[in-house]
Design a binder for this molecule. Structure first.
Ligand code: GDP
Ligand code: IMO
Ligand code: MG
Length: 422
């Protein structure tokens, strides 16, 4: 964590890797923590002192009361959900109004964006993306179409701008025959959320961050989603709608590429995916169910079953390449504590063809596995890597040898304290 630099912590697979937990652990080492992409489609879990919090739009550095947290210009924000999330923190005794800054350039998710999300999904039928329903796709689409509203818009003539955009959405919904909805209450809450947001510092966060960097302060950029859900580099069209990769840190915070320092790539010791789309390592058997049960693999936002499988080195190596990952962080290692054999996908195969490079179309590929012995040891109470069983050390060494990137943190449980630095 070099002073004057932006380090990034990025989910490098399909999200839910444990970003929230590690950002919370890292925060004491940084001056500012900033989200650069996504919105309330994210669900970042933080557990400490027997308490659990799930953050959606607010950065996971918020629990360190001396630090500034920023919602950057690359994010989309739903005022009603933001208000609910922020008030929960206030009720828990955290004073956040003075240290949570929101970019005026972040885009607003309207209640009608959420309706559009549902309508577009319904229209796709069996090809639906399986979105979180938070209006993410419609909001980013309108950002690109230059018709969207930004946080800065709430500062003047907002009602007029809001009504015009809402009317446009209602027209699209009529065209899609999506009718019979009633958002009266939701809209009232949303407007209350807008009022509530005015109490926060709505600022030019890019100027603020760059000024801090010039003063020698350091910034931790907190990723949302994961590389395989990136709009450009993920399994399109089964992706989210923003750039979740390291390049997104520059555009989503307004920082230049030469300000980027470390790039932490975070992954689970196995794989999960929530929503539709190709997933070559997916297990449909009792082993997959066992991983889901032990790992509590149910979505933090929607409660859906997460699809489970073994670690995918094809995806991992691809993500390391796209992001320029300098250090790896392996999460949920304890979930594999009771498996005799642990499999790792080392290549994909289809129609007699084998590849270790991420193919354009990940549909229809099957995983080629290498088997490693399990450790059959409870890791959850371990506090140092010296205590690791030989099989876990071998698993770590195998991944490092394949990826050429060191694993510098191994997580052995959901609590802040269950984090082992190597
Ligand atoms: P994020 O979206 O990347 O922040 O991750 P989520 O919070 O959606 O999902 C990670 C889940 O795994 C949460 O329920 C965490 O509490 C939990 N978790 C994080 N690290 C570990 C770990 O090392 N072991 C176990 N068993 N659970 C973990
Ligand atoms: P965090 O930050 C896991 C998935 C959805 C769906 C696709 C598109 O907690 O890791 P969207 O609502 O973004 O249009 O949905 O992306 N998805 C996530 N999966 N973790 C996330 O965030 C996700 N955010 C979106 O399930 O498949
Ligand atoms: Mg999550």
């Amino acid at each position: 964590m070099t002073k004057g630099k932006v380090d990034a912590l990025l989910g490098i697979v399909f999200g839910d890797e444990g970003k929230g937990k590690v950002v919370d652990v890292f925060t004491p080492r940084y001056d500012i923590v900033a989200r650069f992409a996504g919105g309330p489609n994210a669900g970042h879990t933080i557990i400490f002192d027997g308490k659990k919090y799930v953050l959606r739009s607010i950065p996971s550095g918020i629990f360190d009361t001396g630090k500034i947290n920023i919602i950057g210009n690359g994010c989309v924000i739903a005022p009603d959900l933001f208000m609910a999330e922020a008030k929960e923190l206030e009720a828990a005794g955290y004073d956040i109004k003075s240290r949570l800054h929101i970019s005026k350039r972040a885009h607003l998710i309207l209640p009608t964006h959420r309706l559009l999300d549902r309508a577009y999904e319904a229209a796709k039928g069996k090809n639906k993306v399986g979105t979180t329903g938070k209006g993410i796709g419609p909001t980013y689409s309108e950002k690109a179409a230059r018709t969207s509203l930004r946080v800065g818009d709430i500062l003047e003539r907002f009602e007029e701008k809001y009504l015009a955009l809402k009317a446009r959405h209602e027209q699209i919904l009529r065209d899609l025959n999506f009718t019979g909805y009633d958002i009266t209450e939701e809209e009232q809450l949303w407007m209350k959320g807008v009022e509530y947001m005015r109490q926060f510092k709505l600022s030019d966060t890019e100027t603020e961050i760059n000024k801090a960097l010039r003063e020698g302060k350091n910034v931790l950029a907190e990723g949302a989603q994961g590389t395989m859900l990136d709009i450009d580099h993920g399994t399109y069209p089964y992706v989210s709608s923003s750039n979740t990769v390291s390049g997104g840190v520059c555009t989503g915070l307004g920082v230049a590429p030469n300000t980027i320092g470390e790039i932490y790539g975070i992954f689970k010791a196995y794989s999960t995916r929530v929503g539709s789309g190709p997933f070559p390592v997916e297990l449909f058997d009792a082993t997959g169910d066992k991983i889901r049960e032990i790992g509590h693999e149910y979505g933090a936002v929607t409660g859906r079953n997460r699809r489970c499988g073994w670690l995918d080195l094809v995806a991992l190596k691809y993500a390391i390449m796209i992001n320029g990952v300098t250090q790896l962080i392996m999460m949920k290692s304890d979930v594999l504590d009771t498996f005799d054999t642990i499999r790792v996908c080392i290549a994909y195969t289809k129609d007699g063809q084998t590849t270790t490079d991420m193919p354009y179309d990940t549909e229809g590929w099957q995983a080629v596995y290498k088997d490693l012995p399990g450790w059959n040891t409870d890791l959850t109470a371990m506090t140092s890597a010296d205590q690791f069983p030989a099989e876990l050390k071998a698993y770590i060494s195998f991944i490092e040898a394949e990826t050429h990137v060191p694993i510098t943190i191994v997580s052995v449980g959901p609590d802040r304290a269950q984090t082992i630095e190597l």
